[in-house]
Design a protein around this ligand. Structure first.
Ligand SMILES: NC(=O)c1ccc[n+]([C@@H]2O[C@H](COP(=O)([O-])OP(=O)(O)OC[C@H]3O[C@@H](n4cnc5c(N)ncnc54)[C@H](OP(=O)(O)O)[C@@H]3O)[C@@H](O)[C@H]2O)c1
Length: 221
């Protein structure tokens, strides 16, 4: 069955791989980004450009640009990581990370909620480094705090979307070789996307609100 998939933050890295793989398995994909890349333009999907997840006005235009009536799978993948360590923690960077990594998913999900229906699924790409239990190394204050906050946001949304039978997962892709990690990591973006797509397939109302690794391991908060 062909699904209508929307990926936010789709021009490179893990988001691009989500698009490639959902297209290759026969789904209708809408790729949302600030600026399309040549790799994204080479995929057989709809592309919506000029969407910055920190800009409410641009996010509000996504729904009207969709060529589909409803969304089966919405993936919010956009995120930033600007490394820091204590005591060199910038309040401006903290605010920027919160705006992109935490408020970004809130903006896109709110703007597209009317296109979700019973059985639709939402995935927010979070990070294990947002886990308080898992934090043994400190550092990356801005990133960590924004991802911890998005975990709470996603958990709240999973509860509030449940009456509509819309399931939501918080997704950890693993340590992935992308621009964000300066090419460091344990796996490639395609492997991360394969695992996360599998987790989205498994997601249902009994598991909504889960925080899950690309491997399927359930992560602690
Ligand atoms: N790589 C890892 O090891 C790892 C681990 C855990 C979690 N994650 C998460 O996985 C997600 C994807 O990361 P990645 O590794 O693929 O990183 P990436 O290659 O740096 O890609 C980041 C994506 O986010 C988009 N983005 C950033 N700021 C945006 C904004 N204001 N508005 C719209 N889009 C914006 C970028 O678009 P532009 O090209 O326009 O900047 C790009 O498409 C992120 O949420 C990240 O936190 C990654």
């Amino acid at each position: 069955m062909s699904l209508n998939v929307v990926v936010i933050g789709a021009n490179r890295g893990i988001g691009l791989e989500f698009c490639k793989q959902y297209v290759s398995s026969g789904n209708h994909v809408t790729a949302v980004c600030r600026q399309a890349s040549s790799e994204l333009n080479a995929i057989n999907c709809d592309v919506i450009e000029n969407i910055d997840v920190t800009d409410q006005a641009s996010v509000n235009t996504i729904a009207e640009q969709l060529n589909i009536k409803h969304i089966d799978i919405l993936i919010h993948n956009s995120g930033i990581l600007h490394s820091d360590s204590y005591p060199n923690v910038s309040l401006d960077e903290m605010k920027l990370h919160f705006d992109v990594n935490t408020l970004g998913p809130l903006r896109t999900i709110q703007a597209l909620e009317s296109r979700l229906k019973a059985g639709s699924k939402v995935g927010i790409v979070s990070s294990r480094v947002g886990s308080i239990d898992d934090n043994t190394s400190s550092n990356n204050y801005a990133y960590r705090v924004s991802k911890t906050a998005v975990n709470m946001l996603g958990k709240c949304l999973s509860i509030d979307l449940a009456p509509k039978k819309i399931a939501l997962a918080l997704l950890h892709p693993g340590y992935v070789r992308t621009d964000m990690t300066h090419g460091n990591g344990l796996i490639e973006a395609d492997e991360a996307a394969v695992g996360l797509i599998t987790q989205m397939q498994k997601l249902d109302m009994s598991s909504t609100g889960m925080f899950v690794h690309t491997s399927g391991e359930r992560l602690t908060w």
